[in-house]
Ligand binder design. Sequence first.
Ligand SMILES: Cc1cc2nc3c(=O)[nH]c(=O)nc-3n(C[C@H](O)[C@H](O)[C@H](O)COP(=O)(O)OP(=O)(O)OC[C@H]3O[C@@H](n4cnc5c(N)ncnc54)[C@H](O)[C@@H]3O)c2cc1C
Length: 542
Amino acid sequence: MNNNNNGASGNASEFDYVIVGAGSAGCVLANRLSANGKYSVLLLEAGPKDTNLWIHVPLGYGKLFKEKTVNWMYQTEPEPGLNGRQVFQPRGKVLGGSSSINGLLYVRGQHEDYDRWRQHGNAGWGYDDVLPYFKKAENQQRGGDKYHGVGGPLPVSDWRHADPLSEAFVAAAAETGIPTNPDFNGAAQEGAGFFQTTTRRGRRASTAFSYLRPAKGRSNLHVETGALAQRLLFDGRRARAVEYRQNGELRAVRARKEILVSSGAYNSPQLLQLSGVGPAELLKTHGIDVVLDAPGVGNDLQDHMQVRLVMRCAQRITLNDTLNHPLRRIMAGARYAAFRKGPLTIAAGTSGAFFKTNPRLASPDVQIHFLPFSTDKMGEKLHSFSGFTASVCQLRPESRGSLRIKSADPTVPPEIRINYLATETDRAAFIDGIRILRKILSAPALKPYVVDEAYPGSKVSSDGDVLDYCRRTGSTVYHPTSTCRMGNDPLAVVDQRLRLRGIEGLRVVDASVMPDLMSGNTNAPTIMIAEKASDMILEDAR
Ligand SMILES: Cc1cc2nc3c(=O)[nH]c(=O)nc-3n(C[C@H](O)[C@H](O)[C@H](O)COP(=O)(O)OP(=O)(O)OC[C@H]3O[C@@H](n4cnc5c(N)ncnc54)[C@H](O)[C@@H]3O)c2cc1C
């Protein structure tokens, strides 16, 4: 193997498929590829088993933002559009990956997203092509129909709590002309309503829970945790093995059929670059032998940004009031323990809305996440006052960034540049989105609940001041994608079957292959991608 200079591969074990990363995508692959019993599958995961109790309680995601035992806890470089601030980037490092620490919202994006992917030459990825895979994955609590599946591994459920504030938000949106939509994943996304979540009876359904656990007894599936893949090893341009470190030892494992890189939008391009597949100039700077000059690896990084408005509430009905009060907190905990209901089932949004900031647009360009609590920063202490939050997220940012290794050492975090707010369209979407959100927040249905806007406050009203607030406080919605983009152009990294262009025996299967960022939350689409990839891999194995 031409880039193996340490002899580790000499006593390598062998599997048909080696999957690197047990996240949203990797667990799906592990289940589907091992299902027919014909192939041996190894799943390598850098993080530990998902034993942290907070993983399984929906509201527990707030406890995992800065929990380094299960989180890579990356930072961007200073972002020019955000006054040079570095933006914290949590990513799951545990069985289930980011699906074990995420906000649980089940949002597929718009039909138009997938038709755009198809329109850009990605045959097989139009909405009609991907819908069967969303349905195959799904076990929809409300039952099956044209848009929803039942009997799949992934439980999709309604929220198990009634909250007057979250309901008032939907009513207020209707008062401003935004129709109520009972299903963001049905015929159309536009409107206001309640999010569904990837939960089962009030507990998180990560892909470790929904895909890996049911497959764990299979003798042909082997899972290794605490196993950090350091690089891929090649024979010429054929990927042959994965070198990984576990318990301080360097090991290697061969793949008879294929290596599947599912390490997420930051770690997949990092692993490829460490292995000699990436921009030749960058690799040479770090003394890495170039296997393939692939300038697109790490390009086109996109992410959803959010800007939060915090409202002071006139009634003591927010989660701040519940969790800041010792007795009420104990009662909420007891209610959850007994019935798996109540405020501990809150995910990253209760209700929300999708709307257009400009009537000329064909589909919504903004998503609102509404939450009946408030903090200075996500994952930090709740405010001592009664408060609630509504955030603006631009759905299709034009800004593009990059992911590049900083060192040939696989334990050194990569350089992440997102370039938030780099274009006029992106800046205008936030200014207009906040203007529309403020209209909703001052509509009659919310009047009984609002004292005033705590942040940014009514003094921040001109376009310039609002943009300044976005630059000072904008943060991520945790949706990085497209760093190993699918496509046909010279910078595309994978083809429509997710095979690495120019290399044999290697695919990337995770959020990094999205041709561009879709208009919603990225977990369900990543699971759909892995479902579709599994079929393609099994077809190609015949
Ligand atoms: C805090 C947070 C909140 C979010 N909220 C939502 C939400 O509400 N709804 C939604 O739809 N999406 C949400 N997302 C996004 C969504 O969870 C991700 O887009 C999705 O999980 C990405 O899946 P993936 O398979 O690409 O990567 P991941 O799920 O991140 O999986 C990658 C896996 O690979 C492992 N790995 C990486 N490098 C290596 C290596 N070298 N060797 C071995 N293993 C490795 C990682 O440890 C990880 O387990 C959120 C994400 C975060 C972090």
